[in-house]
Design a binder for this molecule. Structure first.
Ligand code: C5P
Length: 234
């Protein structure tokens, strides 16, 4: 696992336009190991931006959270692999979807990550969806599906890192969104932790959006997070 703080940090480019995303990338540059392009940006030119960044040698994370019939998932994954992206997310609800993504990646270097349970969801929300088991157990179950399908990692809350390691061992990378430095607003996130806690729990990568993108000074906010990660890694 990467030991440098910057290689652990993935910044979510959750902004309305490609122009705003470009401005953030220009400002943060190589302070950040990887930039994540999610649905908001994918729908408005994010795919071309991803290709461009990959051509410039940057690590790009396509957070498409795929969930569709197997053929569609397979073809979409093949197109993301062709873009030159480093990571792609797929919802980890069921084996067929994960296996379709694994088939679509072919022999490319694309790393597949299964989204276990969204960090904006808690036990009450799961009950509303008809799911009777605790989030942590569901996360562990889906991590096992991901491992069986040949995935490279999972996305989960920092609180579930231990349960995942227990369920699937240390081979899968664990990517944790729901990161909030002290004093930052939670927004719609529910299962949250600080950057230091996520690292100390054993997360491999931290996905951080609003605490950086909506900060008055995104560069200073990024530096403070990097300092916190660095300290926690010692
Ligand atoms: O702004 P914030 O730091 O909450 O952004 C978190 C990012 O991680 C968002 O882009 C969101 O889509 C993504 N994400 C998440 N929970 C997951 C998977 C991805 O919050 N389980």
């Amino acid at each position: 696992m990467a030991s440098k703080a910057s290689q652990r940090l993935i910044v979510a480019l959750d902004v309305p336009t490609v122009e705003e995303a470009r401005a953030l990338i220009t400002s943060l540059g190589k302070m950040v190991g990887c930039y994540k392009i999610g649905l908001e940006l994918l729908i408005t030119g994010g795919g071309d931006l991803a290709r461009e960044l990959a051509e410039d040698g940057m690590d790009v994370f396509i957070d498409a959270k795929l969930l569709d019939i197997p053929r569609t998932v397979e073809r979409a994954t093949a197109n993301v692999a062709e873009m030159g992206a480093k990571f792609l997310t797929v919802h980890g609800h069921d084996r067929q979807t994960l296996e379709a993504a694994a088939a679509g990646r072919g022999k490319s270097d694309l790393k597949l990550l299964a989204v276990t349970v969204l960090t904006s969801v808690d036990g009450g929300d799961l009950a509303q969806q008809g799911v009777a088991i605790p989030a942590e157990d569901l996360v562990a179950q889906r991590a096992k599906f991901a491992k069986q399908a040949g995935f490279d990692g999972v996305v989960a809350s920092p609180a579930e890192v231990g349960a995942i390691r227990q369920a699937v061992g240390s081979k899968l990378s664990i990517v944790t969104p729901g990161i909030r430095p002290a004093g930052a607003a939670k927004g719609d996130q529910k299962r949250v932790a600080s950057p230091a806690t996520a690292i100390k729990n054993g997360a491999d990568y931290l996905v951080i959006g609003r605490p950086i993108t909506q900060a008055e000074d995104p560069k200073a906010a990024t530096q403070a997070i990097l300092d916190e990660i660095k300290k926690a890694l010692k």
